[in-house]
Design a protein around this ligand. Structure first.
Ligand SMILES: [Zn+2]
Length: 511
């Protein structure tokens, strides 16, 4: 019986190898001149022509990346090892003929951190192939066959024995010199960055969630243990904020700290961070730990809260992502704005920041959004064309976007007498849509109205879809907060607040 079972299992294994699946292989032992050789065993093809693509745009960046720029020498083979005709159509696409015979594709990828090539990839979505540190931002390395995004991927990575892989994915097999990861689709693959290097890692358990912190700091100015300590307070706060449970059982914070001596290809001093469903990646300048603590906690809080928007609540454009054409949603105020707001709100709610620190943060956002951006541009429009016409206004999603969320929170608390705020609304939207469903862009305001009040829909029509600037005094007034644009502290607690205002204030800021 056992033997039969074993035979049966090995047949299944053999079938799986040739099943509809991508099999990628990389070898980090042979990084030559910042390049990586990639081998792909392709899933069997029926058609005579097929496109092999690298992504033009990826979720969360709202900008054109053109990852094909860094790929060269694409070759396609049949099972006898004979070359099949390949023609490059544009930056990101290759056409393979006689594709029904295709079994293998090979190519070379150059890393982006220090490339000589002109590009517009954000550092937190870029790749690095160096002897001491390898950043595998998967969209910059792995391509896909057009229309075959939903197939599973198996990724085999050979590595030096001193290298440790930091990622939220669990390897399906793992030895000193090799890791194998399985991803259920292209979306999952592209949302799973992996950082390799000499490990500086720490883990903390926050309620139900195992949190990994992995650090590359070339001059050891910051250590994973320190960051884990800072984040553990934040994540405890997040857990309470979200009603006692974190929305993932495993989460990885991956930090790359750039040494000033290292050459980089990004425009002047740029840094940043990018969210994924169970991890986030940070590219930040290396400096002494205490100097960067505040910034790092703020940014990490922001990326973490993306787990709610847009990673749980999002529109069709986000959940059925088009990697070749930028088709953006109108609701960046929700994805970026409410995330940025929540990242700061949680810190005042959990006592990590004082009320005045929080109000000053919002005041800075009012100032910046008015001075540096167009305050009469409808936010839904900005959002829809953030990768093209309004690219120069995109930064306002972190400024006015957060203020829209703050005012919405205050208005909800005012209308509900402190009983129902923005976090209740996003919770209910999360229940309504969940990870596997999406809303349609032009139905979102109706959905929100159904869960809350007609006044809230009117607010969204006027200040988010409309081009009317937000009268901040009115909305902060609901919580007895005085708004004076000419004062040093633009927002301050009003000692004369009445009972109704105090009720809203307590619900908004109380712990
Ligand atoms: Zn963000």
């Amino acid at each position: 019986m056992k033997k039969i079972l074993l035979t049966f299992l090995s047949i299944i294994t053999i079938i799986c190898v040739y099943a509809q699946e991508y099999h990628y292989a990389l070898d980090l032992n042979h990084l030559q001149g910042d390049t990586l050789s990639v081998t792909l065993q392709t899933p069997p093809q029926k058609e005579k022509k097929i496109l092999f693509n690298l992504p033009k745009i990826i979720p969360g960046t709202y900008a054109i990346s053109n990852y094909g720029t860094f790929v060269s020498d694409v070759k396609a083979f049949d099972k006898k090892g004979k070359l099949l005709p390949v023609a490059r159509l544009d930056t990101n696409r290759w056409e393979i003929k006689k594709a029904n015979k295709l079994v293998k594709i090979t190519y070379t990828v150059e890393d982006i951190f220090d490339t000589e090539q002109e590009h517009a990839v954000y550092p937190m979505a870029a790749t690095n192939f160096e002897a001491k540190n390898v950043v595998l931002h998967t969209p910059g390395i792995f391509g896909y066959l057009e229309g075959q995004n939903q197939l599973p991927f198996s990724i085999t990575i050979d590595k030096p024995s001193s290298f440790y892989s930091s990622t939220s994915a669990m390897p399906t097999s793992h030895t000193e010199t090799q890791d194998v990861f399985n991803m259920k689709s292209l979306d999952e693959l592209y949302d799973t960055p992996i950082m390799y290097g000499i490990p500086d890692t720490a883990t903390v358990k926050v309620g139900n969630c195992d949190v990994l912190v992995s650090v590359y700091s070339p001059h050891q100015q910051v250590h994973a243990k320190q960051i884990a300590g800072w984040l553990s307070d934040l994540l405890q706060g997040a857990r309470t904020y979200l009603g006692g449970k974190l929305p993932a059982n495993r989460y990885a914070f991956l930090y790359y700290f750039k040494s000033p001596e290292v050459k980089q290809s990004f425009k002047g001093g740029i840094g940043g961070a990018l969210e994924h469903p169970t991890s986030s990646f940070y590219y930040l300048p290396e400096m002494p730990a205490e100097q960067m603590k505040k910034l790092l906690v703020d940014v990490s809080s922001h990326e973490f809260f993306h787990i709610i928007t847009p990673l749980t609540i999002a529109s069709k454009e986000v959940k059925e992502f088009n990697y070749q054409e930028p088709v953006l949603s109108e609701h960046l105020w929700l994805y970026e704005g409410s995330t940025e707001y929540t990242a700061h709100h949680v810190q005042v709610k959990s006592g990590l920041n004082t009320t005045q620190q929080f109000l000053d943060k919002l005041s800075d956002k009012i100032r910046t959004s008015r001075e540096q951006y167009n305050d009469t541009l409808a936010f839904t429009k900005l959002s829809k064309y953030a990768a093209s016409t309004y690219a120069d206004q995109y930064g306002n999603v972190y400024q006015k976007g957060a203020l829209i969320a703050a005012c919405l929170d205050l208005y909800l608390l005012h209308l509900s007498e402190g009983g129902y705020g923005l976090k209740n609304l996003t919770h209910d939207l999360g229940v309504r849509f969940g990870k596997d469903k999406y809303f349609l862009d032009d139905e979102l305001f109706d959905e929100i109205e159904q869960l809350s009040y007609p006044e809230i829909k009117q607010f969204l029509l006027t200040y988010v879809q409309g081009n009317t600037p937000i009268p901040y005094g009115e909305f902060f007034g609901f919580a007895g907060i005085r708004f004076d644009p000419s004062a040093e502290h633009m927002l301050t607690l009003d000692a004369q607040a009445d009972a109704g205002q105090l009720l809203v204030r307590e619900a908004w800021l109380g712990q």
